[in-house]
Design a binder for this molecule. Structure first.
Ligand SMILES: NC(=O)c1ccc[n+]([C@@H]2O[C@H](COP(=O)([O-])OP(=O)(O)OC[C@H]3O[C@@H](n4cnc5c(N)ncnc54)[C@H](OP(=O)(O)O)[C@@H]3O)[C@@H](O)[C@H]2O)c1
Length: 344
């Protein structure tokens, strides 16, 4: 059994990673189609050792395509995902366009796989925000053991989370600083090279940013609506890999040793936690990896049943493309999707 898969946004950061991961994990494809805007029509992207010519999304007919992984931003998704879904093609969307829609499941396979069955309502499944995906992978097993009451998280998010323009801006600004050239600010609100910016996505009325709100809403939707969470999201001059300093208050007691053992056995988690120089993960080492890495696990005696930890993952993989491919795998494993075209 194999599936015709369309990758929308195939020329972008997430789309390219999506093609890599589909190939690496041997997802059963009969055909892969690379789609982007008309600007990229005819350009080439790699899929394993094959080269795919990019087609324009607005000229493509989805009627014989089984799965569409969409990573072209919220506006493109709002316009296209419902139309594609109505053509009987299951959309796995990376944008925030449908994440909070009650008729669209928001899925991290290690956390809430059973919610996927809701997808038939709109033929759309949402992928969470990158900073939430890695967080809930680490929180879920601890919540099962000791019930989380409250989480305080500060993120250190890489520029690739802002697309290929974000990566280009860090590169060109860094070079400009070194050659004493003029530093232009376009994508970010302030210079990102040799700086950190406490602002991701738009400001809301209460002073939080939309990125911070997303972490709250998505954790509640996927893990438990009773969990209280407050976030400060910060952009840092790192190309790939989001890091999070996480403080958790539990209902029941849990020691750092217990948390370490639980996380060692938990799906998608890898513990790297030695109390010595270099005995922890940094975003550089997470790039290209699938795991959510957890380090610096320690008890916080300033609250009852408190723990602090450091959570790092490749935002283009677990935060986006890998999670989307895992969702596609879940559809296949559970027999929730059949190929439209039978193999000859
Ligand atoms: N980066 C992350 O860590 C991350 C994590 C989770 C979710 N996401 C989400 O994933 C999406 C893509 O992010 P990205 O980082 O890959 O951005 P990106 O590098 O800027 O790529 C954007 C992609 O969208 C395509 N696109 C733009 N307008 C289009 C249109 N009108 N029709 C068809 N395709 C169009 C672009 O094609 P052209 O090359 O033709 O312009 C490009 O392939 C966003 O919704 C983002 O929020 C990103």
């Amino acid at each position: 059994m194999s599936f015709k898969v369309a990758v929308v946004g195939a020329t972008g950061n997430v789309g390219r990673e999506m093609l890599n991961i589909l190939e690496e994990r041997g997802f059963p494809v009969s055909e892969v189609v690379a789609l982007a805007s008309r600007r990229s029509q005819g350009t080439e992207v790699s899929f394993g050792d094959r080269t795919l010519k990019v087609k324009a999304l607005d000229q493509y007919d989805f009627s014989d395509t089984d799965i569409c992984v969409m990573s072209a931003g919220g506006n493109v998704s709002k316009e296209w995902s419902p139309k594609i879904g109505k053509q009987g093609c299951v959309v796995i969307d990376n944008s925030s366009a449908f994440r909070y829609d009650q008729d669209v499941p928001l899925i991290v396979p290690e956390v809430n796989p059973d919610a996927i069955s809701l997808f038939t309502r709109k033929n759309i499944i949402a992928n969470p925000n990158c900073s939430t995906a890695q967080l809930v992978v680490a929180l879920k097993p601890l919540h099962d053991f000791a019930t989380i009451k409250r989480v305080v998280v500060a993120t250190y998010q890489s520029v690739s989370g802002a697309g290929k323009e974000g990566m280009d801006e860090l590169f060109t600004q860094t070079r400009a600083v070194f050659v004493a050239d003029q530093v232009d600010v376009k994508k970010f609100t302030k210079r990102i090279a040799f700086n950190v910016i406490p602002h991701i996505d738009v400001f809301l009325d209460d002073g939080f940013t939309k990125e911070e709100w997303k972490m709250v809403a998505e954790t509640k939707k996927m893990l438990d609506p009773k969990i209280k969470l407050t976030a400060t999201c910060v952009r840092v001059p790192v190309f790939i890999g989001h890091s999070e300093a996480v403080n958790i208050e539990f209902e029941k007691p849990i020691t750092a040793d217990e948390a370490r053992d639980i996380l060692r056995d938990a799906p998608g988690c890898q513990v790297l936690d030695k109390r010595e120089d270099g005995g922890y993960i940094t975003p550089l080492e997470s790039a290209g990896e699938d795991a959510t890495f957890i380090s610096r696990i320690r008890e916080d005696s300033t609250v009852d049943n408190g723990l602090s930890m450091w959570v790092v993952s490749d935002n283009l993989r677990k935060g986006a493309a890998l999670n989307a491919v895992q969702i596609a795998e879940l559809l296949v494993e559970r027999g929730l999707i059949q190929p439209k075209k039978k193999a000859a």
